[in-house]
Write a protein that binds this ligand. Structure first.
Ligand code: NAD
Length: 504
């Protein structure tokens, strides 16, 4: 590994590739040839609402801009849905629910889900570029994770639609009716798939709103839904601000509401629907502990820590935002982390070599900066690798804090940015006590060579998902969801289906 000097480094090259050898690149300080993804995202200048199988103008006649956070340019105009649109969407869903979808045999419904999955695969590159432009996440993530995982969710749930006898053996399952769904901006397309695939497989119709910042892939998915020939009204997509989401949650025709987003907004919604008898699932915030013991394979653990907190710029509900590290290896782990962070590429998300892209919005960037200030003011020590950020766009270097105590805000609150708070521990019980010392309970990670320790930790950690010697691994067959302030209900797997049906 070369050392950093004041002189401009001489760039080593990998002759076979004709490019700098990746393991020798020092952050943004090397001169570097960009490798932009060039697939056409096939964007329209304006996107309408998707109601009753058609694209329709909003009743208000109003539109808002979707902005590319990587360069602050406008991508497209999006329709602003309001009360008459929400009502029209529910009426369309009611017609589809009672007329077609609720009565259709599962094996017929499955065909539509398979079709949606295949069409998504066919247009995968286009979707990856559009998603990266709208959200700011690196193209290698949208290409290798978001889009294929979204297709995988439709495939997986298509497979369930004709096997409903196995959802709850001995019981018959029936659709709930219309579900109102609201999702966040961190995995816009994937969250659409998480919400729609199980709802449709179980025979429900949906009215869904993507996040205000990232509505693009939802409307592109509407094109696929149309092409797949899904009966009109089975899926209705409304774009707009939080108030549009509030109207979707409050509509009397919703049999169930499903929300993914912040704990704060989740509580507002729970209060607003209390007493209405609607079924509810809430996927909310997190503050996961990633716990590294002294017997862990440290290089592997460092990769897991980096993936755990810098994947999607740390804007992940289950991000490993608290590193709990065993005292005997704490210095070694921090040194290895610094070396690893120095070679992360921060910059244009459409560049295929970018590791850390743009933060989703100026507001979110300001929120994350506020946490950096709070961390420093409260006495923790901040470290960032040297890197040159693009002049335009919302960027934040990967950031480490050492000397963090459990009372610091950066150790307690969900930052939702590329910021890792590092805390040390001495014993297994202390690690468990510190990991559980949070109001959240979504995920955790354990790095150790001992199987017995993994079993103990996974039993005692109060988290919906516990990863062992890995982090941020997802599968449609694996249920996901939280405890405590991280919400209730599960998405994915057989357990996720139970939240979208009645047992009769
Ligand atoms: P957010 O709560 O601000 O917004 C989520 C969605 O709710 C958006 O579509 C927004 O427009 C809408 N909304 C806002 N106010 C509303 C209201 N009063 N009624 C109805 N809808 C309303 O969250 P965000 O900033 O978009 O996303 C980040 C949050 O999402 C983080 O807290 C993260 O942990 C959480 N999240 C959780 C999971 C999970 O599975 N547990 C997954 C992804 C994100």
């Amino acid at each position: 590994m070369p050392t950093l000097t004041d002189k401009k480094p001489v760039r080593p090259t990998n002759r076979a590739l004709g490019r700098p050898a990746p393991e020798l690149i020092f952050g943004d300080l090397w001169e570097y040839d960009p490798a932009p993804e060039t697939a056409d995202p096939k964007l329209k200048p304006r996107y309408e609402l998707f109601i009753g199988g058609k694209f329709v103008a909003p009743a208000s006649g109003k539109y808002f801009d979707s902005i590319n956070p990587a360069n602050e340019t406008k991508i497209a105009e999006m329709a602003l849905g309001s009360a008459p649109d929400v009502d029209a969407a529910y009426r369309a869903a009611q017609k589809a629910q009672e007329g077609v979808w609720g009565k259709m045999p599962g094996k017929e419904r499955a065909k539509y889900l398979y079709r949606i999955a295949r069409l998504l695969q066919d247009r995968a590159r286009e979707f990856a570029v559009a998603e990266t432009m709208d959200n700011g996440k690196p193209i290698k993530e949208t290409r290798d994770f978001d889009v294929p995982m979204a297709a995988a969710h439709f495939f997986y749930h298509a497979g369930w639609a004709d096997k409903l006898d196995y959802v709850a053996p001995g019981r018959r399952v029936a659709p709930l009716g219309i579900v109102g769904q609201v999702i966040p901006w961190n995995f816009p397309l994937l969250m659409m798939a998480w919400k729609l695939a199980p709802a449709l497989a179980m025979g429900n119709c949906a009215v869904i709103k993507p996040a205000t910042n990232t509505p693009l892939s939802a409307l592109k998915l509407a094109e696929i839904i149309q092409d797949a020939g899904l009966p009109p009204g089975v899926v209705n997509i409304l774009t707009g601000p939080g108030s549009t989401g509030g109207l979707i949650m409050a509509h009397p025709l919703a049999a169930k509401i499903a929300f993914t987003g912040s704990t704060e907004v989740g509580k507002v919604i729970m209060r607003s629907v209390a007493g209405t008898g609607k079924r509810m699932t809430m996927e909310l915030g997190g503050k996961a502990a990633n716990i590294v013991f002294d017997d862990a394979p440290l290089d592997q653990a460092v990769e897991g820590i980096v993936n755990g907190i810098f994947f999607n710029q740390g804007q992940v509900c289950c991000a490993g935002s608290r590193l709990l590290v065993h005292e005997p290896v704490a210095d070694a782990v921090v040194a290895k982390l610094r070396n690893r962070l120095r070679v992360l590429r921060v910059g244009d998300p459409l560049d295929k070599n970018t590791d850390v892209g743009a933060i989703v919005s100026r507001d979110q960037l300001e929120t994350v900066r506020g946490y950096l200030d709070a961390g420093v003011k409260e006495g923790a020590k901040m470290w960032q690798p040297p890197c040159r950020l693009p002049a335009k766009g919302f960027y934040m270097p990967p950031t480490l804090f050492t000397g963090v105590t459990q009372s610091h805000r950066i150790a307690r609150e969900e930052i939702f940015g590329p910021v890792l708070a590092i805390i040390t521990f001495r014993t297994v019980d202390e690690a468990i006590e510190k990991a559980n010392n949070t109001e959240y309970g979504l995920s955790a990670g354990v790095w150790t060579d001992k199987g017995s320790r993994i079993l103990k930790m996974s039993t005692e950690l109060k988290a919906g998902v516990v990863w062992a010697n890995t982090f941020n691994k997802f599968d449609p067959a694996s249920p996901f969801g939280g405890y405590k302030e991280s919400g209730f209900g599960r998405e994915g797997g057989r357990q996720g289906l139970l939240d979208y049906c009645k047992l009769v």
